[in-house]
Design a protein around this ligand. Structure first.
Ligand code: AMP
Length: 220
């Protein structure tokens, strides 16, 4: 059983790196942001509660977030472990998490704010299947269309300069102290996230003594 938390500013590659790790090692990828976006898209009651905050890049209230995480982890579909992405984002969430679950380590993706701005403003998302694109590093073959399902590519509502500035400020004010807390407990492995996605994935695996990444077509 492997239990990780992945941290890093928006655009540092948490979603991409979590997916590469989770698919290969059969971990449940638990992204609070994805859960909220799903509820917004499907017009659920929870979606209505968080829609405005998520679009503005503001943090959702701790009680609600903790309920979502608790409920998700109660599904116990994680026989081989999990990777939690986008949580905890502040000290209270970190305390709740550490009281309820034990973890093997924290993957910290390190990326300077300038690079974050460059990446996030180029980010696109498939409106149908959720696949991530980036107009700098991962362009779709046909402009504006998903390579996998042909869905329309859209900009996340919170990938605007204003929302990004707010999220960066929140990250440094509220999430940096969480990184410090985890660091003191010696959970944190800081990874330079400026390299390309496969190099970053290999570095994560080397640092956590996990088997090296093999692309899907090289697997049996
Ligand atoms: P993300 O995809 O992780 O950037 O999350 C998208 C949005 O979901 C954030 O801007 C917040 O509005 C909300 N959200 C995700 N995770 C949390 C969290 N741990 N605490 C509060 N709000 C969150």
């Amino acid at each position: 059983m492997r239990k990780y938390v992945i941290m890093g500013v928006q655009g540092s590659g948490k979603g991409t790196q979590s997916t590469l790790l989770a698919d290969d090692l059969d971990l449940a990828h638990i992204s609070v942001g994805n859960i909220f976006r799903w509820h917004v898209k499907n017009h659920t009651k929870l979606g209505a509660q968080v829609r405005r905050l998520v679009a503005a890049g503001e943090l959702v209230g701790d009680d609600l977030v903790e309920d979502v995480v608790k409920e998700r982890l109660q599904q116990h579909d994680w026989n081989y472990g999990f990777i939690v992405d986008g949580f905890p984002r502040n000290r209270r969430q970190a305390e709740f998490f550490l009281e309820s679950y034990d973890i093997d380590g924290v993957i910290l993706l390190d990326l300077p704010d300038d690079e974050v701005r460059r990446r996030v403003l180029a980010r696109r998302l498939c409106s149908r299947c959720g696949m991530d694109y980036n107009l700098i590093a991962h362009r779709p073959e046909a402009e504006g269309r998903c390579d996998v399902c042909g869905g329309e590519l859209v900009t996340r509502a919170d990938d605007t300069p204003d929302a990004l500035a707010r999220r960066l400020r929140d990250y440094h004010d509220k999430t940096d102290p969480v990184v410090e807390l985890f660091r003191r407990k010696e959970y944190v492995m800081a990874i330079d996230a400026r390299a390309d996605k496969i190099a970053v994935q290999q570095e994560i695996r080397a640092r956590f003594a996990l088997p090296p990444y093999r692309p899907a077509d090289a697997r049996a």
